[in-house]
Design a protein around this ligand. Structure first.
Ligand SMILES: [Zn+2]
Length: 326
């Protein structure tokens, strides 16, 4: 973790293109960067979760960032039993795992106690210890890994200040950056946790990114709707495609609320493009009629979510509006 021993750092005060900012963030997850523990993922999440808690100068105190960090790890370690580092024999895990386990022992805490139920003085003690370790090992490393474009920091003052250019970028792409972080984090956890504890986590991610056989959905769509192409209205019978309304390459997911029946011609011509906004409205109407929860109980569908993903897809370069040929 290069940079971990810096006492302070200043973000580069200059404009940066979105491409450059993406690249700075991707660099954190790059194979070039050696990753021994999950700290950088945790700090990234702690900052994203605090994105709207910055002051007018975009400053976040270490206390704010690392109490969130402590909470995240508390849950991962105690509730989900996820190790955060490959453990050498006889070693007790990362510093954070040690802090958490020794607090449990010292205060004789029940193992299932949620973080928010900790007595205040114990919470303060844990947060403080976590902060001191993160200050030592994480703040400077993430600063370097993001090529000095993410934030400035002072270990003496105990704050980070987010680069305004990056701040705007993160607001614009918050969910996507979050997903990227979760995905990389889970991939890391998979390597570290040999048992079945990450199976659920991983299979969720894996299944959400896998192109399943869509026959199942085709059948449901056939049962629920007329046999018409969602886009051009032509009758479809045996020759019908299942189309991802918001392109799969963007959502990496096969959710019923994003799937429509399409004639092969429309499907081919639409390909990787986003349909015009009026089709979004039609899809939202359609999703009201379909019993999504009954068919897919794990879905978290909301109209507003679909609208947001549509918007994000546009922001992410899916900005050509496709319409069917009449
Ligand atoms: Zn069509």
């Amino acid at each position: 973790m290069a940079g971990y021993d810096l006492k302070e750092g200043q973000f580069e005060k200059r404009s940066a293109s979105d491409d450059e900012l993406w690249s700075a963030i991707s660099n954190v997850f790059s194979a070039k960067i050696k990753t021994n523990s999950s700290y950088k993922y945790g700090m990234f999440k702690a900052i994203l979760d605090n994105l709207y808690n910055v002051d007018e100068q975009l400053i976040l105190s270490f206390d704010k960032v690392f109490s969130k960090f402590a909470e995240i790890y508390w849950n991962l370690i105690l509730k989900h039993h996820l190790k955060q580092q490959i453990q050498a024999e006889g070693k007790g895990g990362t510093y954070l795992e040690q802090i958490i386990w020794s607090a449990v022992k010292k205060y004789e805490l029940p193992l299932d106690i949620p973080y928010e139920s900790l007595p205040p003085e114990i919470m303060i003690d844990i947060n403080h210890q976590v902060k001191m370790k993160c200050k030592m090992y994480v703040v400077g490393a993430l600063f370097e890994d993001t090529r000095k474009l993410f934030y400035s920091f002072s270990k003496k003052g105990e704050w980070i200040q987010i680069n305004p250019v990056m701040y705007e970028f993160l607001c614009k792409h918050k969910v996507i950056v979050e997903k990227l972080n979760y995905y990389q984090w889970a991939k890391f956890l998979e390597k570290v946790n040999a048992g079945d504890s990450t199976n659920l986590l991983l299979s969720k991610i894996d299944e959400s990114a896998k192109r399943n056989n869509l026959t199942y959905y085709r059948q449901i769509l056939f049962e629920e709707f007329e046999n018409k192409c969602f886009y051009c209205g032509v009758n479809v019978n045996s020759k019908v495609d299942v189309d991802h309304f918001i392109p799969w390459s963007f959502v990496k997911d096969d959710c019923l609320w994003n799937l429509v029946l399409s004639c092969p011609a429309c499907n081919r011509s639409k390909s990787d493009k986003l349909a015009a906004p009026r089709y979004l409205d039609i899809l939202i109407d359609r999703n009201k009629k379909i019993h999504i929860e009954r068919i897919d109980s794990s879905t978290n569908y909301e109209d507003s979510k679909l609208r947001e993903i549509y918007y994000w897809a546009k922001v992410n370069g899916y900005d050509e509006e496709w319409r069917p040929r009449k």
